[in-house]
Every structure is written in C-alpha cells, then in structure tokens.
Design a protein. Sequence first.
Length: 520
Amino acid sequence: MPSEPPPLPPPSPPPIPLRAPQAPAGPRVEGRLHPFTLFFALWNAIRNFIIPAVVILFFGRRRDPDTYIWIAGLFIGLPVVWSIVRYFTFSYRIEHGELITRQGLLGRTQRNIPLTRVQDIRIEQGVLHRMFKVADVFVETAGGRGPEAALSVLSRREADRLRAAVFDQAAVRTGPAFAETPPVERQVIRQLTIRDLVLAGITSNRTASVLAVLAVLWQFLDDILPRNAYEEFVKRIAARAAEWQDSISWLPILLGIIAIIVIGMVFSIIGSIIMFYGFSLSRSGEDIYRSYGLFTRRSSSLPRRRIQLLKIEETWLRRLFKLATLRADTAGAQIGPNKDEQSGRDVLLPVVPRKDIDSVLPTFFPDLDDANGAWRQVSRRAIRRGTKKGAAVCILFAAASCAIQQSWHGLWPLLFIPGVYILNVMSYRHLGYLPGERFFRTRSGWLSRATHVIPLRNIQSVVIRQTPFDRRHRVATLLVDSAGQTHTGGGPRINNVPWDDALAVARDVAQRASRTRYRV
C-alpha cells in the first residue's frame, strides 16, 4: 500500500506591505488678517481717489455738491466695504502640507496651495507699514501671472512666522526620508553701500526718461498757461534761439545738453537709492534672501534649486565702470516687466563688480561648470550679414537726406559704413556659446554685453529656427528655453550658427537634459 504524501506546510501569511514614510504634519499654523487691514484699505482708497478728484474738480463740469459726495462715496466706499467683508471672512492655515486660504461672504472661495509648489514668499512694507509693524505677504507658485495668495495685512512677526513655516515644512517633505535638518545660520553674500547705489544710478542711462518728463511738462504748460502767455513764452525762446544762431554760439546749447544729462543722472541716482537702499543678499541653507528699499521695504526668499536661468548684463555705461547686473528667472508667477522694474524684482543683484561675478555665481549654482573651456563661435557670415543690414540702413538715410537737401551733401550717412563693418567684427568676437557637462552658456553683444547661464536640468526645449535667408547661408538660430523667462527677456539665443553645428548642439543638449532631473 503506497504511503501517503507528507502534509503540506500551512500557508504563510501574506506579506505586510511596506508603507512609504509619511511626512510629519508639522506645527499647525493658522490666523486671520490684522485689524489695521481696514485702516490701510481706507488709506489706499483715498490715495487712489486723489487723481480722479483733481481731474473732476479742474476739468469736469460744475455740479451740485451732493454729486461730488456721491462720487467720493463710490470711489472710496466700495473698496472699504469690500475690505471689511474680506477682513471678517478671510482666514488661513497650514495643515497636511498645504497652505489653505478661505474668504467670501455669500460665495466662499477656498484655495489649497501645496507647500512644495511655493516658489517665493514676498514681504513688503511701506512707511506706514513699518510705523505700525505690519506687512503685506504675497505667496507665489509656478503658475499664474500674479501672486497665488495675497495676505494684506499681517503683523510683521506673523508674516515671518508664516514664511518660516511654509519653507520649513516644504523642506521636510522634500528631504530624504523626510529627515529634519538643523537650521543653518544665514550667510551674507552681498550688501550694497550708498557708493554702489550711486554708481548704479549713474550707469543706468535714464536720460531718455528725463527727456520724456520734460516733454510732458512742456505739454502741461500748454494746457495750464493762458494762450497769450504761452505764445509770448514761445516767441521769447524762438528769439533767443535766433540770436544764438546769428552769433554762432554753441555754448548755451552745449550747456543745455550737459544740464539734461546731469539732471538725468541725478534722477537716476535718487531712484536707485530709493529702490535699493539697504540692499542685502544672503543665503541660509538652500534659500536665497533679498531685502531692500528706502520707503517701501521689500524682502523675499527663494530656494536656489528653483533658479532656472541667470543672466549677466553689462550695458555700455557699466562696462566703463567694470560693473554688471545679475538677473535670475524662476518658474514662479509672472507679474510683468513694468511692475518688476518699478519694484526692483527684475534683478537679483543690481550692481556688482565684473571681477566678482565668478565668485558670486557658485552661490546660486554650487555645481557650476568652469567657464574657461573652449567657447564656440558662430559662422563668420554673421559679419557679412550684419554689415549688409547696416549698409542698407545707411543708404536709405542717405537717399532721404539727398531728397530733403536737394544736394549731394546728403550722402554723409554713407561715411558710417566702414564703422558698421568694424562694429560687426567686434560683436562677432564676443558672440559664442559653451555647452558644458551640466550648464549651457551663451554670450553676445560688444558695446553692451549679455551672458546667459542655464543648467541643463532646467532646459525645457531646444529650438532650431531658420529664415529663408538663413537657409541660403546654411546657418540657423539656436534657442534654449527654460521654465521661467520673466526677468531676463527670454532664454539664450544665438544667431548665425552653422547648420550642422546647430543640429549637433541641439541633439547633444537635449539628450543631456533628458538624463537629468528637472528641479522645481
């Protein structure tokens, strides 16, 4: 009789699935707007009503006083009522890795912002804000054309606490296994003195703005002066100009030009000091901090891993003083160039000696490649093409001058053609690109220079573009796009690259970028 088979071992219990480590919740942060929100709402409404009130009083029709009261109530009352509703209904809190804001009386709006998506938290303080120790807070993420959340007004202590909580909890959630890291002492990278701001103002070249202001003032005189007084004023100026022309005295004209330039520089210096007074750039761990401003004090914090692109600008005036400006783009919200220039957000470092640039860049890109490699130049056809374009412009000006003067003396613009050729040769010598192991660099310009530095990990696309004239010369334009191009005027762009080189560089850069991890 055959033996029975041995009994089967009992089935083993199913394995317990491993759970991914959960990020610690972190301390709960919640709060409401400061009571001074109502005061600042009233102040802003009155300030915004001043210009419409002046226009209505001086240029509008005469109306009953009750009408003006209704107009003032419309312009001032509605914003104040809206602010009262917002003050009593607005709340915010941080929980489960999100910044949550709620507001609304009849229709409620809740906004959930993941902390790991926060690009920047700006704190702004005007003169009145500093007097009452309050601030406006703006939270920016990678999407949108403005702040994702605006918290106006918070106490300065609460604003600092909110910013620290957002970035601390975001760092914990993105760190390895959510391990806590000890706080790092803030290290000052750069502080600008009054002398630095004066140099920044002198080299900002805002004389054109002063000319525009003078033109507006001249038009304003035409509007406010009586007709007879304005005509008499113009006649005296014309008579004085005729006397100068008869005596062939160019001294007053020269003095006037110098006065305009000096006024422009004075305005530029004052504007530079007002905007960037007390500028400080510092770093704590992976975060970059900026603070600046005389009347409106602004401070912002930015994780350096989110810097997409750096641009080194050297205008012709700043090149004379061996200075440069450093701009940075992130994947954060886009406000617009006008707003950025007025608030100073369009620059990361307003002015810095050119010799110090190489020592400052590793602060933002610790793994930066060496820039002393072999820079590649574009096709020499760039010289010929640039000279042809400049010569065509000179010929058009010469033809127009001859038609106006009815004489061969109008051919004087042709004398600039040799200078156009020389400028194109000098520009060609500084035009080039450097594909590195981890970064892609470009440089362009001769009179005013620009250098772009972009990590390969942040490259979104590489574009090769050809016009019909490019195809004729077997060249192309190479464009490298990153996630953020708000403050630098666009990504690296190199013209007149030989077609075969453009294909090889685009393929190589795209493949290197695909093997890296995009950092946001």
